[in-house]
Structures are given as C-alpha cells and as structure tokens.
Design a protein around this ligand. Structure first.
Ligand code: PEP
Length: 251
C-alpha cells in the first residue's frame, strides 16, 4: 500500500509574510487529513519561517532545489545538509523549469539526487516530456533516458527515499492536464522501467506523482488510477483552499 503524496511547489512566489499566511490558512484545512503525505515547497528564504509554523502539524517541508556538494566555494548554492538543518525533509530535484532555464541535465540531476539522499532528504525526482517530444512520439524514449540516467548508481534501498514526479512539460502551468489515461499510461511505463532497473517489489513500493495543472476538480480522476500515487502541484498550491481541496481528494 503506497501512501499518497500531495506536494505544493510554490516556485518563485510568496515572500515570507505571504508564505506564512498561506501555511497558516492551510493548517486548519488539512489537520484532520490522515493517510496523505502533505508537502509544501516555499522559496529558500521562507523555509525557516514556514518550518516554525508547521512544527507539530502533518505538513512536511521541501526545498525546490539543492546543489550536490556539501560545502565549499560555490557561491549562491545550497547543500542538502543545510536544507535539512533549516527543517526540510524533502527536496524537489530536476523540475522541468530547472532543466529548461538553468541547464540541469540528467547527469546533474543524478548528482543532486545522490547528494539529497546523503544529506538525509527525500528526493522528489521530476521527469517529463515536452510537447515537441510527445508529438514526435518520443515520450517513452525520453522517460526511459531520464529515469535510467537520473537513477544511475542508486540502489534499491536508496530508492525508498525517492519519489518520482511525472510532469509532462506541456501540462505545467498551461491549464492543460494530461488525461487520466495519458497520465496512467506514462506512470505504468515508469513503474515498468523501475521494475526492469530494480525488481518488482521496489517498483511496487515507489510513489509516482503526476504534475501538470492539477486542481481540486481533476485530482479525483487522476488519483483513481492504479499507478498514480499523488500530485506535484504548482499554481493550485498557492491558495490554501485549492491546495486543501487537492490534499483532501478522498473526501
Ligand atoms: C509544477 O510546477 O510542478 C506544476 C505542476 O505546476 P502547475 O500545477 O501550475 O501546472
């Protein structure tokens, strides 16, 4: 039985006061929710303030990125151990916006995942094809390369600390959600890849989240599919009621 995960990626939104207000609004709306791993990912400068507010609640804290070194002369970067020190339990790695705008590759994503695990964090490992790749019928080839290279050198035991997020790039922030069938097809394919790289038990245990314009209105359909174990939510995570509506998909 895989525990569903609903994670909110706040991207480059919400200064500290707004981040605290958002989480203060969210806490009462999800406090009675059981059996769902709830995660929020504010910007770095709001981590400590949000951490303080969610202490003792059922909400977990994530960062949106990290570097792969523990320390050193790497101006502007942040290490997984420092994120853990700031109260994070999770970190998003390889989001398509990082791949698109900040030159992240499967190789750097792999280094970051390994560093995140070493630093004691759960890695939310993002993959997904662009519209051009889907239209060229290369979705499965893209996913195969991203999964194989992203997980290179990672053991089955380590995989227990990784959550995969399938986010078709064409569905992120566009209002275009993949249909339940399209999402389930990709998720089943990804789980099959994990079976091939590891074993059936490992593949059965890993959580695979869907991301791309998830809203309270479409979450139930997605979550009814056997291989969809949760959601990574951007836009709809920026308001307490819409994010709570997704978190509370079972109600
Ligand atoms: C995301 O940023 O990971 C995302 C899925 O965004 P949105 O929900 O806005 O499409």
């Amino acid at each position: 039985m895989r525990t569903p995960v609903i994670a909110g990626n706040w991207k480059l939104f919400k200064k500290q006061g707004d981040a605290v207000a958002l989480v203060e609004g969210l806490i009462p709306l999800v406090k009675d929710t059981v059996g769902v791993e709830i995660v929020v990912a504010p910007v770095f400068t709001s981590l400590s303030a949000v951490c303080e507010k969610i202490s003792g609640t059922n909400i977990n804290l994530s960062a949106q990125n990290c570097y792969w070194e523990e320390e050193g002369a790497f101006t502007g970067e942040i290490a997984p151990g420092m994120l853990a020190d700031a109260g994070c339990s999770h970190v998003i790695i390889g989001h398509s916006e990082r791949r698109q705008y900040f030159g992240e590759t499967d190789e750097t994503v792999n280094k970051k995942i390994k560093a995140a695990l070493k630093g004691g964090l759960v890695a939310i490992f993002c993959i997904g094809e662009t519209l051009a790749q889907r239209e060229a019928d290369s979705t499965f080839d893209v996913l195969r390369t991203q999964v194989t290279d992203g997980l290179a050198g990672i053991t089955a035991a380590e995989l227990a600390k990784i959550i995969i997020a399938y986010e078709p790039v064409w569905a992120i922030g566009t209002g275009k959600t993949a249909s339940d069938d399209q999402a389930e097809e990709a998720h089943a394919f990804i789980r099959g890849l994990v079976t091939g790289l590891y074993d059936q038990g490992t593949a059965d245990a890993i959580r695979i989240l869907y991301g791309g314009s998830v809203k309270p209105e479409n979450v139930k359909g997605l979550m009814s599919r056997p291989n969809i174990d949760g959601a990574l939510v951007g836009g709809a995570s920026l308001k307490a009621d819409s994010f709570a509506g997704i978190v509370n998909f079972q109600k």
